[in-house]
Design a protein around this ligand. Structure first.
Ligand code: SAM
Length: 271
């Protein structure tokens, strides 16, 4: 598994280049895209197009080469293979057969963004790309809302604003976010602030909406005083419980007290 640059070609490691030059074959997500990278470094090894979803035939062909003792390097368009990129199914199949899989580590957008975010790095969760459809996207954000660790998303230029708007709708305006745009490239820019400020920053300049994005979200932190409002929320739930389902009562109690619906629901169930 050979990591390749996420923008700046100078980030390609010597070991990565050597591994590609020494491989019997290079499996690539997009042979045209990777062809340019390889040409730049004068690497002429045969290229095979590989996608986890392109059917098992190529995978079987690569596995057979590996069984025969050949060395196969896998690269993706950018960064570390298998991270929101092809490769997982091949690695899994190889491991199941006891075939050795070695990492040639290097750039990955999520680690690069996290490392400069200024948000806690001791615990983090990678959530990849959110669904394209708004309802599914909001549902996924709801699932992530109570995550205490820092969490990281990948996003494309044409959806980043919608995504931030949905983050505001579910998490509120105050949650902290770090945006890493076009890392290692000419027009790299960063933003750290509240979700509300992030939406303004993105709207302030059309250039802020161009390129590739990583969004790093602060984990959920219980607000001081939150527990003090819980008895009142539970009293409301108790008053409503004969007339409404628990979920609905919790939603109303959440609106009145400002607590989160799920917290009230959980506390009511545990009561
Ligand atoms: N495998 C790659 C890695 O290890 O980072 C990620 C591949 S994923 C298909 C591509 C996404 O990664 C982009 O849509 C963007 O969210 C993020 N990304 C890749 N390069 C980036 C860069 N230079 N700056 C900001 N985000 C980047």
């Amino acid at each position: 598994m050979v990591a390749t640059p996420i923008g700046n070609l100078a980030d390609f490691s010597e070991r990565g280049r050597e591994a590609l030059a020494a491989a019997d074959c290079i499996a690539a997500e997009d042979t045209r895209h990777s062809g340019k990278l390889l040409a730049h470094f004068g690497i002429k090894q045969p290229l095979i197009s590989y996608h986890d979803h392109s059917g098992g035939r190529t995978r079987e062909k690569l596995l057979q080469m590996l069984r025969d003792g050949a060395s196969v390097a896998l690269i993706s368009d950018a960064g570390t293979p298998t991270i929101s990129d092809p490769g997982y199914a091949l690695v899994k199949a190889a491991r199941e057969e006891g075939i050795e899989v070695l990492p040639i580590p290097g750039p990955s957008a999520l680690i690069a963004a996290l490392s400069v975010s200024g948000l806690p790095t001791d615990r983090f969760a990678f959530a990849g790309f959110l669904p394209a459809a708004q309802s599914a996207r909001r549902k996924r954000i709801e699932e992530l809302r109570d995550e205490a660790a820092t969490w990281i998303l990948y996003e494309s230029s044409h959806r980043v604003l919608d995504c931030v708007d949905d983050l505001i709708a579910v998490l509120g305006e105050e949650r902290r976010i770090f945006i890493a745009r076009e890392m290692t490239k000419q027009f790299e820019s960063h933003f750290l602030g509240s979700l509300d400020q992030a939406a303004s920053w993105l709207r302030a300049d059309a250039n802020h909406l161009k390129g590739e994005f990583v969004l790093v979200l602060a984990g959920h932190q219980a607000k001081p005083g939150e527990d003090e409002r819980l008895p009142e929320a539970l009293r409301i739930v108790t008053l409503l419980k004969d007339d409404l389902p628990l979920k609905k009562s919790a939603a109303i109690a959440a609106k009145i007290t400002g607590l989160r619906k799920n917290d009230i629901y959980r506390a009511a169930v545990q009561k």
